[in-house]
Structure formats: structure tokens, C-alpha cells
Design a protein around this ligand. Structure first.
Ligand code: RFL
Ligand code: PHB
Length: 392
């Protein structure tokens, strides 16, 4: 079998790239190791930048998103028994973000893909990428006991942090940068109305907490937890008691609790692999970089990588120009490092660091005071949160 582009992974990066290429008439197949239901069962991102919303609109998955997505003009920073609003819209000259879950984005893209008759292979075992340095790359996998091989012009490695694409690159051709944070996030999803109509990011002496949502009847809450903590250690009551302790009294009072429908722990890390292109193999999204979720940047960075990659491939096939593909890695990495910096900064500002001797906490207090008292500092936060512009 021969195809123009083989896409490894049917997460948001792979599906969005598939949709962009399909719209441009470029032939692509997605090869995913899990089942569609498994991919849909992962509860992850909740906040879309306007640029991500525009890309989803562009590929035609607008209907449910515009009906069910919630535009947010601001968010709250909880600090010292009170909360302070960051007015995204005013501070950025009209920009805002949309709360629409990654599950829904994935669902919409999967539905559009099957309606268009575009091919996705699910439950592919032992996926491997070959010969991407030769100009005749191949992908192989096994399914239902049979071996399969796909020849292609390009491979897009959209297979997440643990995927096979990045691991297939020779060690001496890739450089990685990593920071692992000494805590994780314990997340709970519940069918309860959110505590506030905007997100609350809370800095508290007991640790960070985040109140988010999926709709006006479904809440998503997170609390900072030790790295070695286990979901089994947390009953729903224990979770909500701890969450309330980390919020200001008014928010704690307003909290409506209910049984969790999902509970999970995610470790926090920053990670970047450079470059993001190896001859015919391109890495995109979490396969190339990870940010801690504090800045809500992971899915949005995946979308901006896909924007550059899809445009590069379209230029290649439609205009015979290699310029976009040649610029891909550098263009992505400039934006990636800015989001890595922002996510690291916001994580450092909002969490309790277990080894802190007191100095770090004093710096946080000074910085939060500065942030909330200075329009210049709040503007810097707001413009990063809504998303830095895409380079043309
Ligand atoms: P994904 O979603 O990991 O998808 C990769 C896909 O590749 C498949 N795969 C393979 N397929 C074939 N062969 C192999 N060998 C394979 N290995 C893996 C996997 O099964 C999977 O289907 O990567 P992608 O597409 O790059 O998307 C990235 C986003 O999922 C990620 O950045 C976000 O979820 C991060 N994130 C957030 N991002 C935001 O923009 N806003 C947020 O509010 C936000 N909140 C979050 C988050 C991530 C979180 N966790 C769990 C780390 C909140 C949390 C708690
Ligand atoms: C979420 O709703 O899951 C969410 C929102 C904002 C973040 C991280 C996660 O910064």
C-alpha cells in the first residue's frame, strides 16, 4: 500500500493533521495503536486558544464546538482567601479562550474523518517507522495476526510522549531538554455545576488547586499531590475536602460536590526534543514536547505544530516548494520554547515546592503581589494564556 503521508497516532495532533491534509486533497492514513474508545476515554485538556478554535472551524468541525464550547473572557487567581480576576479580553484587546474538552475535539475529528471516508487503522500492534532518512520511508504494523506495510513520502510522528517515532531517531541526531517537577496533579471529573463560571487557579499553603469545567453541569477539578500518591488514597469526600481547604471561603462555600466519574494522577514535566524534523520524519505535538498543564498549552501547541506541518506539506504538493517543510522545525521550536517558558513560570508561581526553605514562597508572594497589582505583568500573563500569534 502507498500513501502520500503516514500519520502515526490518532490523538488530537494526528487527527487534526489528517483533517487539514484531507481538506487539501492530500492522501493520508492514520495508524493508531489503541482502539477509538480508548483514545476517547482519556480525559485531558479543557482550554482551547482562539487559534486552535479557528483551525477546528477551518477543517469543518465547528457545529458541536460552537454550540457546546464555552467562551471565557477571563479567569481567577485564588490567593490569600480571595480571588483576583485576570481579564483576558480587556488585557489582550479582545482575545479569549474556549472551554471545550479534548475528548469532544477528538470525538468531532474522528466523526468527521469517518464521514469523509478517510482511513484510520486502530489497534495496530508493533508499529514501526523505517528508512525515513532515505526518501522512501515505510511504516509497518501487525493487526489481527497479519503483517502490514505502508510506503509513503513522509511520516508524521503524532504519537505522543511515549510513542515510537521519536524513539526511532538515532540518539546522536536528537537533543532533549527535560525538567521533572516534584509533584503531580490529582484530577476529578464530576457531574456537578462548576464552582464558578470562570476557572480558578489557586495558590495555597497546602498546595495548588484548579477549578475547571467541561460544561455548566460538569466540573473538572485538580489538586497538587505528591509524585508517589495513588488514586486509591483519595475517596471523593477526601478529595473535595482537600480542594475546599485550598480555595477562598466564598468558593469553598459555593462548591457543589458529587460522585467522581473519573479520577487520575498526572506527573508534571517540561520536555523538548530538537530538532522536530529528521529527513522525511516530522514530530508534532506531545511526541516532540511536553508542558505541565498549568498554562493549558499542550493541546494548543500540538495544533500550532500541525498548522506549520500541514501548510508545509500543502506547499510541497501544490507548489513544489520545500520552504515550509524546511522551516518547520525552527518555526515550531520558537513557539514551543515560549510556551515551555510560560508553563514553567506559571507552574513555579502557583505550586508548593516540597524542598523550599521559605525563600521560594517569599518570591511567590512578591511575584503574585506584583502580578495582581501591575497591568504590565497581568498583560504578559494574559497574552501568553490566550496564545501567542502564529508566525506566517
Ligand atoms: P496524544 O494525545 O498523546 O496522542 C498520541 C496518540 O498516539 C498513540 N500512540 C501510538 N500510535 C501508534 N503507534 C505507537 N507506537 C503509538 N504510541 C502512541 C496514542 O495511543 C495516542 O492516541 O498526543 P497529541 O495528539 O500530540 O496531543 C497532545 C495532547 O493530548 C496534550 O498536549 C494535552 O492533553 C495536554 N493537556 C492540556 N493541553 C491544553 O492545551 N490545554 C489544557 O487544558 C490541557 N490540560 C493536558 C491537560 C494534559 C493533562 N495530562 C493528563 C498530562 C490536563 C492534563 C491533566
Ligand atoms: C482542564 O479543564 O482540564 C484544564 C484547564 C486548565 C488547565 C489545565 C487543565 O490549565
Amino acid at each position: 500500500m502507498k500513501v502520500q503521508v503516514a500519520i502515526i497516532g490518532a490523538g488530537p495532533s494526528g487527527l487534526l493533521l489528517g483533517a487539514m491534509l484531507h481538506k487539501a486533497g492530500i492522501d493520508a492514513v492514520i495508524i493508531e495503536q489503541r482502539s477509538a474508545d480508548y483514545v476517547l476515554g482519556r480525559i485531558r485538556a479543557g482550554v482551547l486558544e482562539q487559534g486552535t478554535v479557528e483551525m477546528l472551524d477551518h477543517v469543518g468541525v465547528r457545529e458541536r464546538m460552537f454550540k457546546q464550547g464555552l467562551w471565557h473572557d477571563g479567569f481567577e487567581i485564588g490567593y490569600r482567601n480571595s480571588h483576583h480576576r485576570i481579564d483576558l479580553k480587556t488585557l489582550t484587546g479582545g482575545k479569549r479562550v474556549m472551554v471545550y474538552g479534548q475528548t469532544e475535539v477528538t470525538h468531532d475529528l474522528m466523526d468527521a474523518r469517518s464521514a469523509a471516508g478517510a482511513k484510520t487503522v486502530y489497534e495496530a500492534e508493533d508499529v514501526a517507522v523505517h528508512d525515513f532518512d532515505t526518501g522512501k520511508p515505510r511504516v509497518t504494523w501487525r493487526k489481527d495476526g497479519a503483517e502490514h506495510e505502508l510506503s509513503c513520502d513522509f511520516i508524521a510522528g503524532c504519537d505522543g510522549f511515549h510513542g515510537v517515532s521519536r524513539r526511532s531517531v538515532p540518539e546522536n541526531a536528537i537533543q532533549t531538554y527535560e525538567k521533572v517537577y516534584p509533584f503531580g496533579w490529582l484530577g476529578v471529573l464530576s457531574d456537578t455545576p462548576p464552582v464558578s463560571h470562570e476557572l480558578i487557579y489557586s495558590n495555597h499553603a497546602r498546595g495548588f488547586a484548579l477549578c475547571s469545567m467541561r460544561s455548566m453541569t460538569r466540573s473538572r477539578y485538580y489538586i497538587q499531590c505528591p509524585l508517589d500518591d495513588k488514586v486509591e488514597n483519595w475517596s471523593d469526600d477526601a478529595f473535595f475536602d482537600e480542594l475546599r481547604r485550598r480555595l477562598d471561603p466564598a468558593a469553598a462555600e459555593a462548591m457543589v460536590t458529587g460522585p467522581s466519574i473519573e479520577k487520575s494522577i498526572a506527573p508534571l514535566r517540561s520536555f523538548v526534543a530538537e530538532p522536530m524534523r529528521f529527513s522525511s520524519l516530522f514530530l508534532a505535538g506531545d511526541a516532540a514536547h511536553i508542558v505541565p498543564p498549568t498554562g493549558a498549552k499542550g493541546l494548543n501547541l500540538a495544533a500550532s505544530d500541525v498548522h506549520y506541518l500541514a501548510n508545509g506539506l500543502i506547499e510541497h504538493y501544490q507548489e513544489g516548494s520545500a520552504a515550509g517543510l524546511d522551516a518547520y522545525s525552527e518555526r515550531c521550536l520558537r513557539r514551543v520554547w515560549k510556551a515551555v517558558r510560560f508553563s514553567w513560570w506559571f507552574t513555579s508561581l502557583m505550586h508548593k515546592f516540597p524542598d523550599d526553605t521559605g525563600f521560594g514562597q517569599k518570591i511567590q508572594e512578591a511575584e503574585i503581589g506584583y502580578l495582581l497589582g501591575s497591568t504590565a505583568a497581568s498583560t504578559a500573563l494574559a497574552e501568553n494564556y490566550v496564545g501567542l500569534p502564529l508566525e506566517v
